[in-house]
Design a protein around this ligand. Structure first.
Ligand code: TRP
Length: 406
């Protein structure tokens, strides 16, 4: 029996060796063919992933479960033609015009968070929005294709206007137009797939409308994108440690990816749970209980095996909590372990990257140059479609010459 397996194994090894040799030979003789087939297989033909963050602060767990975790997985699966991740500093300036220094400081924080989380500049293009002038150019033309009232109805813009106290007369025009600028971010790179949280869906809707308008009026140049929401439902909008609707810097309820283990424990320890769960034996509620929402978003059955083997999985833990007899502290200790387990490798990577900050700017510069090449190509097509590429339009020049010669 084991001899048989051994022979099969040997055969398999030989076969692998044989194929490796063939591959090597074909690589020498068919370089262009091989290189091409590597970039475009049928499965991911034309798949372009793009997403970004406003560099207004360090990234937190909400960013991580809402988008960053997925991005790293996508990047490593490699099932795409191109992947872009960028820092939306132009968008950040739309409501921070008086504080550019804040954005400037946070570009590097977000870049470090990206790299620490596992984004790899060899696999995906990292860039800075403001350094791509083609984005501003495309925004200008797209603005003609959407009405003021359409943007006014955008629920995300509405919420943000309220949150920033911009009601009445004080909405900056640039801020108001940011959904159009975001549509340019997406379409300049012909992105098909935008991994983002639920709150970005209204932006994607506007983008698709703009693409349809543009393509219908001019020529089919732009591509309609789809949002890719987190699979995990609770991850789509992670509440803050205070149990409030959203984790957000301005609410001061964040756990940052760069927090130390001690920071994390302090925050988890004082997390909002169930105000009616006063004594150990009181029955508890898991709905609206931030600790359980976080466990929903982060914990796996594996974590139970490693840190809390008395329970098979989260359902069992929840049942016990509901029945009564399970203390908040025990749940918090477990959550702390779960969170620190994936933050620890990030902290270590971050510390490595922090040793060479000029190199981080270098990475961003290279990525920006690569992104600009793609953007310039699309803008050529856009100008051509809009018939405003006057100087490259030999036919136009010839026609006009003829017209005036008469
Ligand atoms: N609006 C996004 C945020 O608030 C950032 C962003 C700007 C973005 N442009 C984008 C996200 C394009 C996805 C695609 O974080």
């Amino acid at each position: 029996m084991s001899a048989k397996i051994h022979i099969i194994y040997q055969k398999a090894t030989l076969l692998t060796l044989f194929f490796t040799i063939i591959m090597q030979i074909s690589r020498i003789y068919f370089v262009p063919l091989h290189a091409n087939s590597k970039i475009k297989t049928k499965k991911h033909m034309g798949k372009v992933i793009l997403t970004g963050d406003r560099p207004t602060g360090k990234l937190h767990l909400g960013h991580y479960v809402g988008s960053l975790r997925r991005r790293v997985q996508l990047q490593n699966q490699g099932d795409f033609d191109r992947m872009f991740v960028f820092m939306a500093d132009v968008q950040a300036l739309t409501d921070n015009a008086d504080n550019p220094e804040k954005i400037r400081q946070n570009i590097i924080e977000v870049a470090l968070d990206y790299l620490a989380a596992g984004l790899d500049p060899a696999k995906c293009t990292l860039f800075i929005q403001s350094q791509i002038p083609e984005l501003a150019e495309l925004t200008t033309y797209l603005m003609n294709l959407v009405s003021v009232s359409r943007v006014q109805r955008n629920p995300t813009v509405k919420t943000e206007v309220k949150m920033r106290g911009f009601e009445g007369e004080s909405i900056p025009l640039g801020f108001f137009c940011y959904p159009v600028s975001q549509a340019a971010d997406i379409t300049l790179f012909k992105a098909t797939t935008v991994p983002a949280g639920e709150d970005q869906e209204p932006m994607l809707e506007v983008t698709r409308e703009l693409v349809r308008r543009f393509n219908q009026i001019y020529a089919p140049v732009l591509v309609e994108p789809n949002i890719m929401l987190p699979e995990n439902l609770t991850a789509r909008r992670l509440p803050g440690t205070d149990g409030k609707e959203k984790m957000s810097k301005s609410l001061g309820n964040c756990i940052y990816l760069s927090d130390t283990a001690e920071d994390v424990w302090q925050k988890v320890r004082s997390m909002y749970t169930d105000p009616e769960h006063v004594n150990l034996n009181d029955p508890g509620h898991v709905e609206g209980n931030a600790v359980f929402t976080y466990l929903d978003a982060f914990s796996t059955d594996e974590d139970f095996k490693n840190f809390l083997p008395e329970y098979q999985n989260l359902d069992e833990l929840k049942d016990h909590y509901r029945r009564g007899g399970l203390g908040d502290m025990k749940c918090k200790k477990f959550l702390n372990q779960v969170i620190n387990q994936f933050l620890e490798p990030m902290r270590q990577r971050r510390a490595e990257f922090e040793k060479d900050i000029p190199e981080i700017y270098n990475i961003l510069k290279k990525g920006t140059e690569q992104a600009r090449e793609v953007g310039a190509q699309t803008m050529d097509e856009v100008r051509k479609a809009m018939r405003i590429d006057y100087f490259n339009d030999a036919e136009l020049i010839r026609q006009q010459a003829e017209r005036f010669a008469k």
